[in-house]
Design a protein around this ligand. Structure first.
Ligand code: ADP
Ligand code: MG
Length: 364
């Protein structure tokens, strides 16, 4: 397969600018997820790579060769959309063979390639059937097989499984990941589902408003988000944000909130120095706890407890900040109860207060 590079890529639809001059590189055999809210420019980016949408400005390269002026069908790109309409009157075999027949490949070669991809897609036993009786998962795999049979340079999937029910979705997700692991396709996978992106991809490209916010391995996106938007978009339940003061301490920095002071780990000293007095602190629900030892314990008043199978979500008010925390299933405080809340400073994040408005748009 191929490596892909984009340089100052811009997409405009009339007066609407959907992609604002983005740069990225994807290695041969890499699996990258493009993650972001609806309307942030994921599909536009994907369609420019595929050649289905004109590039307004900038360049795309496959293996170092500029492809701006190469037509979609000559880019050798496989693209799978959410809708994977199969031809109902012909067999699965012929559905998969279709792109090869259109390209005038000879019959023996068609047979070889169809059987090869059918085996990879676990469809061999279904080749003689018509699409009608297939489960949605099987139909999806036939769609993928048809897209992949031409041995494409790059494999693009735009929200390919968002229409499946939860169970099918997990199954397809595992299948797509195994495809990548076994056959090393260069894959770009568009999704608005942060969990899916982090579970599947080698690297995640987080977009919002037509710009790349961060492009990094899943662990880094989760633990070291580059800005408040990424911090808020990634993670479930969502990260807790709270306003804080930022103050110098002998030998370091601290944040202040609700009349309390929390000394920052060294990792955050440079950030603290840059952002000045007003900060936006953030802590994931998994790094707050009830009743555990920590450098800072706060009195929290329980607002509500939601019991899930393997964990309890507790919403607790510390002054006027409402935190969500993930507690062990045995921890089930009652509404109104006062509990000691601990923050693990090793996992604290800190952003400039000016990023608070980006956080607000996340829920929408
Ligand atoms: P995503 O896939 O992340 O949901 P899109 O790339 O589809 O985002 O869209 C990005 C922006 O471009 C949106 O504001 C959308 O309304 C706009 N847009 C997309 N396609 C067109 C089009 N064909 N004509 C006009 N505007 C478009
Ligand atoms: Mg889209």
């Amino acid at each position: 397969m191929a490596s892909i590079k984009a340089e100052r890529l811009v997409k405009r639809y009339g007066a609407v600018q959907a992609v604002h001059g983005i740069d990225f590189e994807i290695a041969d055999g890499e699996f990258v997820a493009i993650l972001g809210p609806s309307g942030c420019g994921k599909s536009s980016t994907m369609r420019m790579i595929a050649g289905l949408e004109k590039i307004s400005e900038g360049s795309i390269y496959f293996d170092g060769k500029r492809v701006n002026d190469v037509r979609a069908r000559d880019r050798n790109v496989a693209m799978s959309f959410e809708s994977y309409a199969l031809y109902p009157t012909i067999s699965i075999y012929e559905n998969i063979a279709f792109p090869l027949r259109s390209a005038n490949v000879d019959n023996r070669e068609i047979d070889r390639q169809v059987r090869d991809i059918a085996e990879k897609m676990e469809l061999t036993s279904l080749l003689d059937l018509k699409p009608k009786g297939l489960s949605s998962g099987q139909a999806q795999r036939v769609g993928l097989a048809r897209a992949l049979v031409r041995n494409p340079a790059v494999f693009l999937l735009d929200e390919p499984i968002s229409h499946l029910d939860t169970r099918q979705r997990y199954r397809m997700r595992r299948f797509i990941k195994s495809l990548h692991q076994k056959f090393n396709y260069t894959m770009i996978y568009v999704t608005h589902d942060q969990e899916e992106a982090l579970a599947l991809a080698d690297r995640v490209m987080v977009m919002s408003d037509g710009e790349i916010q961060q492009m990094a391995v899943p662990d880094e996106v989760y633990a070291r988000p580059k800005n408040a938007f990424v911090a808020g978009f990634v993670g479930e339940p969502p990260i807790n944000f709270f306003d804080c003061g930022v103050v110098a301490e002998p030998g370091g920095w601290a944040i202040e909130f609700q009349g309390r002071r929390l000394v920052l780990p060294e990792r955050l000293h440079a950030t603290a120095q840059q952002i000045g007095a007003g900060g936006l602190a953030a802590i994931r629900p998994h790094f707050l706890s009830i009743g555990e030892e920590s450098p800072l314990r706060l009195d929290g008043k329980v607002f509500i407890t939601e019991e899930l199978q393997d964990q309890n979500l507790v919403m607790v008010d510390v002054g006027d900040i409402r935190f969500t925390l993930v507690a062990h299933p045995s921890v089930m405080p009652k509404r109104g109860e006062i509990v000691p809340v601990s923050i693990d400073p090793a996992h604290l994040l800190l952003f400039p207060r000016s990023q608070a408005d980006k956080v607000g748009s996340i829920a929408a």
